[in-house]
Structures are given as structure tokens and as C-alpha cells.
Design a protein around this ligand. Structure first.
Ligand SMILES: [Mn+2]
Length: 432
């Protein structure tokens, strides 16, 4: 494991761009009042040199190009129907980004259906969807096959690049072209889409979609209930991907400032106050009991958990990383779906160490599958992985066998992690 130059870059960018540390640019008014003695009053700045304090405008030439390219893509697809594919366990950033895409696309007569294959596991996500009537549907690869997919002329990936969705292979197999990809995770491989906007240095996809709104692709109206709810979802999305704005960059703050005109603070509060289930608390307890701490890494296997409780894993990682002398936490377990007899090792990484690149760490720890796909990846300060159990998948009557299976996977995952955590030591048999 070595320090990634890219995460150092983003650290520099963060401090440079931080509004609190940026030197105040004197404006005309200040100059007049603070220097009354100056005889020749400076000529008024021309319109071109004035940088308006406008968070309604896109900030760079590149962004203006992106907005225009996106607008043209939507224009070309006028009257179409698009399938919006979310990651299997959609988070607020994904849900709010897709909803915004749907609302923007409506302006171009494009009807969108938002789908995901897994579950809405986090209590806040369930609350978000319920309280805002967020128009998302669960579709498994099986149920998707029974549907008429020929009505879709395109699909879009929001907050993912297809690597975290079970649905995308069936969608592409059905001949639906990949029209749009908007994401902020590191590149997961070659992407062949009509329009691609991937910004690994932007902290939330919600920020990107908010910039599209600010650029005028859709004018939010605070009298339209759906717009207010969507702005609230975007605020929640960008808050939750920036650790409640603590890791937000300037552009996230600007996006939040724009959304503050439209969002419903009470509704957001209601979403944030949803409480954890007992099962989630139990998983967090197990992670505490099972953790090992080495070289400031806290690593915990939590055994088996139900599909519906899958989100307990990142929540446990969020908790473990708060311990003194811990900068990075990795929590993993075997998640089983009773309906499909499907089992998969799912893990989450959280880090406060700015020089640790979660994407690189996870790709290096677990490598690729037989098709060359990585088992996971990440973004700034967070990452995740999913390792299918394949032939070893499936429920068993024998608890002895289940225990054995867990201990094998537990040892294997630990071994791969500890190879990076303690590069000097070798763990041929894993550590328990
Ligand atoms: Mn995100």
C-alpha cells in the first residue's frame, strides 16, 4: 500500500478551495470604505472582469461543455423511455441523483423508470423513499426478464458504473443501449455510453446533478411539492456522501447553498431521525466484539446477516473508525438472500486517513474475478466490496458446516487485508 498521489491531490484541492481558508477577494465597496484617502477612485470594474457571486452558473468551461453535451443527449432522445439503473443497495446519493435525472428528462419528454435489484437497507433510505414518495422500484434479474424491456430505448447509470448492479447484464443483453453514465467513483473500466460524466474528485453525484439544475436544465419551483421533495433528497444525498458536509468541497457547499432555497428542512430532519433496527444494533455489537486492531486498521468479520440488514455493515464501519488510534475500519460479513439462496461476502471500508485511497486499497486487496471485474472499489474516504460465494452459496441445515464456511471466508478476507495492513509480515493462515 502506498500513498496515492490522487488522494493527495484531492487533499490539496480541498484546502485550496475551502471557502474559509481562501483569501477574501476585496470588492469595490470595501475598497472605497476602507481607503477613504485614496485620491483617484479606481474605475469601476468592467463586466468581464467581475466574477459575479453566482452559484447559478456553472464554474468551468469543462462544466459548461458537459451541461451542453448532456442537454443535446436528452434532446436526441426526446420522446424515449429510459431505464435508470441504480446500485443494488441504493444510497441517498444514488436515489436523489436518479430522481433528479428523471425530473430533468421529463422536460425532454423522456419517461424514466428507476430500478434497483437489492434492498433499501438503511433505515434512513427507507424513510427517505417513504416520506418523499420517491419513485423507485425493486426488480430482481428474474423479475426484470419477465418484463417487456423493448419499451426502453436507453438506460442510464447514476452514482455507479454498472459494477455494483446485478441488473445491468440483463439490461444490456436485452439490447438496451447505455445512454448516460453520471458518477463520482473512480473509473471502474472502459465505459461505452453516449454521454459520460465521471468526476472522481467530486464528492457526491448529487452535487453533479445539482449543477445541472443550476445550469438551467430544470428550473426548480418551491411551490411544486415534487421539486421540494427532490431538493430535500439531493440535500440528504450530498450530506450523506460528504459525512454531513464535514468532507464537502467548495462545489458541494455551493450545491447545498443552491438547494437550501428549495429543500424542506423538517422533512430532512424526519429522514435523519429514523432509528436503527435491533438487527443493525446486533451487527454493530458483533463488529465491536470481533474487531482486531493492527497498524491503526480496525478489521471485523460479523458472520452471517440477512439481506435486509446488509446496511448494518457500513454503519458498523462508520462506528469502528471512531475509535482512538484507528484511522481505517473494514467490516464484512456473509449476506444471504433467503429467496434466491444467494450468498455473498459484503464489506465496507471507512477511513479518516486522507492519504489512503479506498478505491486503490480495495482493488489491491481483493483483485479481480475471472472476467477481470474488480470485487469492489471506492471513492474519497469510503469503499466497498462484494465477493460472490458461487458454488459454496446456499443455505445449509448444518450449523457446523455454516460455521466452517464462515471461518474459511473470514480467514481469507482477513489474510488479504492484513497483507496490505502489515506489508512486512506474512499471514499464510489468516489471523483470528
Ligand atoms: Mn455517491
Amino acid at each position: 500500500m502506498h500513498d496515492s498521489p490522487s488522494s493527495l491531490d484531492s487533499l490539496v484541492m480541498l484546502t485550496d478551495a475551502h471557502p474559509l481558508t481562501a483569501p477574501a477577494t476585496p470588492n469595490g465597496v470595501e475598497q472605497i470604505t476602507t481607503s477613504p484617502a485614496a485620491t483617484p477612485i479606481q474605475p469601476p470594474l468592467t463586466q468581464h472582469s467581475v466574477q459575479p457571486f453566482g452559484y447559478d452558473i456553472p464554474r468551468s468551461a469543462e462544466q459548461i461543455q458537459k451541461v451542453e453535451a448532456f442537454r443535446q443527449t436528452l434532446e436526441r432522445h426526446r420522446g424515449n423511455r429510459h431505464l435508470l439503473v441504480l446500485q443494488d443497495f441504493p444510497d441517498p446519493d444514488a436515489l436523489s441523483s436518479a430522481w433528479t435525472y428523471k425530473l430533468i428528462a421529463q422536460k425532454y419528454d423522456i419517461q424514466c423508470d428507476m430500478v434497483y435489484a437489492g434492498t433499501l437497507s438503511h433505515q434512513e433510505n427507507i424513510a427517505l423513499v417513504k416520506l418523499t414518495n420517491l419513485p423507485v422500484q425493486r426488480q430482481t434479474p428474474q423479475t426484470l426478464k419477465t418484463r417487456d424491456l423493448s419499451k426502453y430505448q436507453g438506460c442510464a447509470l447514476l452514482d455507479n458504473q454498472g459494477t455494483t448492479s446485478q441488473l445491468l447484464p440483463s439490461v444490456l443483453q436485452a439490447g438496451i443501449p447505455l445512454t448516460v453514465v453520471i458518477d463520482h467513483h473512480s473509473m471502474q473500466g472502459d465505459i461505452n455510453a453516449e454521454f459520460v460524466d465521471i468526476r472522481p474528485y467530486t464528492r457526491a453525484t448529487a452535487t453533479i446533478l445539482t449543477q445541472y439544475l443550476q445550469a438551467g436544465l430544470l428550473k426548480l419551483d418551491s411551490n411544486t411539492s415534487e421539486h421540494v421533495k427532490c431538493a430535500t433528497a439531493l440535500m440528504h444525498g450530498l450530506r450523506s456522501d460528504t459525512n454531513a458536509l464535514r468532507q464537502a468541497g467548495e462545489e458541494d457547499f455551493l450545491a447545498a447553498a443552491y438547494l437550501s432555497r428549495f429543500y424542506d428542512a423538517q422533512l430532512l430532519n424526519a429522514v435523519l431521525q429514523s432509528s436503527r433496527s435491533r438487527q443493525v444494533m446486533d451487527v454493530i455489537e458483533r463488529s465491536l466484539k470481533n474487531r482486531i486492531v493492527q497498524n491503526n486498521f480496525s478489521i471485523a468479520g460479523v458472520g452471517y446477516l440477512r439481506y435486509d440488514d446488509r446496511d448494518a455493515i457500513p454503519q458498523a464501519a462508520d462506528f469502528l473508525v471512531t475509535e482512538e488510534n484507528v484511522h481505517t475500519a473494514v467490516v464484512y460479513g456473509i449476506v444471504h438472500d433467503e429467496d434466491d439462496e444467494l450468498e455473498v461476502v459484503i464489506g465496507s471500508l471507512r477511513t479518516n486517513k486522507l492519504t489512503l485511497d479506498p478505491d486503490e486499497f480495495i482493488k489491491e486487496a481483493f483483485g479481480q474475478d475471472a472476467q477481470g471485474r474488480f470485487f469492489g472499489g471506492g471513492r474519497s474516504q469510503a469503499g466497498g466490496f462484494e465477493i460472490p460465494l458461487g458454488f459454496l452459496s446456499g443455505f445449509t441445515e448444518s450449523s457446523e458446516y455454516a460455521k466452517m464456511k464462515w471461518s474459511v471466508f473470514d480467514a481469507q478476507v482477513k489474510q488479504k487485508l492484513l497483507r496490505l495492513v502489515n506489508p512486512d509480515q506474512h499471514y499464510p493462515n489468516g489471523v483470528s
